[in-house]
Ligand binder design. Structure first.
Ligand code: CU
Length: 159
């Protein structure tokens, strides 16, 4: 029975590491921030957004807005009708809490039409980083190992 305790402790540590490897905060536009003259569709492409991640918008207060709209038609038309959220504080952090497609525009006249808009697809599964495609594999391997260790620990505990 006592022999199983170190294995159980190891299992807890491994599980904890796997849990920590989620949630990424993305700064929209990277160093350029949220402003005119940036191609946000290019910025968003290739990133794996997942529930738990965050979008950080950095801009001059009231010079822009961060407006989430609910439909593709509103997004395509640069219309804030049916907006989900709206902020012009200059530092807006959006938590991605629901999977699916999310649409963001700037609601200052002309800005959305000239490119301050992007759509992202948020997956239900935590991405494990998003910066590297290989990153999610490591926690997955650790989780698999953890279940093997757990099975061994349970067998030992039962002896
Ligand atoms: Cu703007």
């Amino acid at each position: 029975m006592a022999n199983a305790l170190p294995l159980v402790a190891l299992l807890v540590v491994i599980a904890g590491c796997a849990a920590l490897a989620s949630a990424t905060t993305y700064t929209v536009g990277d160093s350029q921030g949220w402003t005119t003259g940036v191609d946000y569709t290019s910025w968003a492409s290739g990133k794996n957004f997942a529930v738990g991640d965050k979008l950080a918008f950095r801009y001059v207060t009231k010079a822009h807005t961060v407006t989430e709209v609910s439909s593709k038609s509103a997004y395509d038309a640069c219309s804030a009708n049916g907006e989900v959220s709206d902020d012009d504080s200059g530092s807006t952090t959006v938590s991605l809490t629901t999977p699916g497609t999310h649409y963001y525009i700037c609601n200052i006249p002309g800005h959305c039409a000239s490119g301050m808009k992007f759509a992202i697809t948020v997956s239900a599964t935590p991405s494990g980083g998003g910066a590297s495609a290989a990153a999610p594999r490591v926690p997955a391997a650790a989780a698999a190992m953890a279940s093997v260790v757990a099975a061994a620990a349970i067998k030992l505990a039962l002896l």
